[in-house]
Design a protein around this ligand. Structure first.
Ligand SMILES: [Ca+2]
Ligand SMILES: [Ca+2]
Ligand SMILES: [Ca+2]
Ligand SMILES: [Ca+2]
Length: 399
């Protein structure tokens, strides 16, 4: 799974709806012993700071970023670097993006679109990387594949079954819940638009309404909940809730659907050597919503100081795009082959912002990471954003 920041959204809306029922969790402050003594900016950030906070420095700018600007201005100033290739194993990358098109790795020994593997690396027409799942997009989670296999003797089968029995029901009820929230916000928006006789209206205008009409009062209450959670309009709220609706709909229909078959490459994912060179050379995301790899590539290498978009951290890298992470759990086979592809084609750093809690062929991935390490390639893997202690909770790849 890609590590996307949806957790925040869900907790936000859970809090919204709980508080509307009179409950709600208290907001906890950071314990004082966990706060260091360096002063943190108390003023609002400027637009430029908001866009660039991640590159700023806690001491110099009083903003807790990565000190990238300081590094360029002071630490590496005047030094000459060596260009290296960074492989991004992710959901594919929008290689047409104007802030990325100048920093892409290109396989110079491969002729595009001739249907031949010109450089003999095992992959036909791989110009900017490789797409292992090909046209595949939606996928099951790994433990759902395990249950679907029916192999009750497989390691962790009982654990997977128990997890499934809990998770499926929960996803179904959350989907229904988000459907309801969406309907509620949508109704409120319609009522208020009709009241104001216009589509857009402000929180101030809503606050000024005086009414005894029950429907309008309910709409105001819903609107106020959205405003108090940082939404500037109900349309913005609807967009956010829609993210939740889509997330849980995908869970029910695909990620947790035992009968779903997402694999499109015609190979056996449980046989490492079945069908070499599967997938295709189109590294673009399959769907527009598949933006995670583009986002990651931008953080690393978005063209710096070109007056467009963002500045990446690195100014002397080429991004190799390897698509291996679908809308669901990535296959160990794809990940292991992706790592090997990156190493064999010159990457020096591999970024893997994915992870999962079941991994039936973890040894293939481990072997690939070892292969990378033996060739001096660094593999960087996300710790995840589920708040899990990955020292103890299973999170793959792992040692
Ligand atoms: Ca460009
Ligand atoms: Ca090739
Ligand atoms: Ca070719
Ligand atoms: Ca830029």
């Amino acid at each position: 799974m890609k590590f996307i920041n949806k957790t925040l959204l869900f907790s936000l809306f859970s809090a919204v709806m709980l508080s509307s029922c009179g409950g709600g969790a208290p907001i906890l402050s950071t314990p004082i012993e966990n706060i260091d003594t360096t002063p943190i900016k108390e003023a609002d950030l400027t637009t430029a700071e908001k866009q660039n906070w991640g590159h700023l420095d806690l001491v110099k700018d009083t903003i807790p970023g990565m000190s990238v600007d300081k590094a360029y201005a002071e630490i590496i100033k005047g030094k000459k670097g060596q260009k290296i290739i960074v492989a991004v194993i992710d959901s594919g990358i929008d290689i047409t993006h104007e802030d990325l098109d100048g920093v892409l790795w290109t396989n110079k020994k491969e002729i595009a679109g001739n249907g031949k593997d010109d450089d003999g690396n095992g992959y036909i027409d791989d110009i900017h990387g490789w797409n292992f799942p090909g046209t595949g997009y939606d996928e099951q989670l790994e433990y759902v594949r395990l249950i679907a296999s029916g192999d009750t003797s497989a390691p962790r089968y009982a654990e997977a079954k128990a997890k499934y029995d809990t998770d499926y029901g929960q996803a179904l009820s959350r989907k229904q819940y988000y459907d309801q929230v969406y309907a509620k916000v949508n109704d409120a928006n319609k009522v208020l638009s009709a009241h104001f006789k216009k589509r857009s209206y402000t929180a101030k205008e809503v606050a000024a309404i005086e009414t005894e009409d029950a429907e309008l009062k309910a709409a105001i209450e819903t609107a106020n909940l959205m405003y108090s959670n940082g939404m500037t309009s109900l349309e913005e709220g609807l967009e956010q809730v829609k993210g939740g609706v889509e997330y849980f709909t995908d869970q029910v229909n695909f990620n947790l659907n035992k009968d779903f078959k997402g694999r499109k490459t015609g190979d056996n994912p449980n046989d490492f050597n079945d069908k070499s060179g599967y997938g295709n050379g189109n590294v673009l995301p399959v769907k527009k919503s598949e933006a995670h790899g583009t986002h990651v590539a931008g953080i690393i290498a978005a063209e710096r100081n070109n007056g467009k978009g963002a500045n990446g951290v690195a100014n002397n890298v080429e991004i190799m795009s390897i698509r291996a992470v679908p809308n669901g759990d990535e296959y160990d086979k794809d990940v292991a082959k992706a790592i090997r592809y990156a190493v064999d084609n010159g990457a020096k750093i591999i970024n893997g912002s994915f992870g999962k809690s079941f991994s039936p062929h973890a040894d293939w991935v481990r072997d690939a990471i070892k292969y990378a390490s033996d060739k001096g390639v660094v593999f960087v893997h996300a710790a995840g954003n589920d708040g899990k202690d990955v020292d103890t909770a299973p999170n793959f790849p792992r040692r």
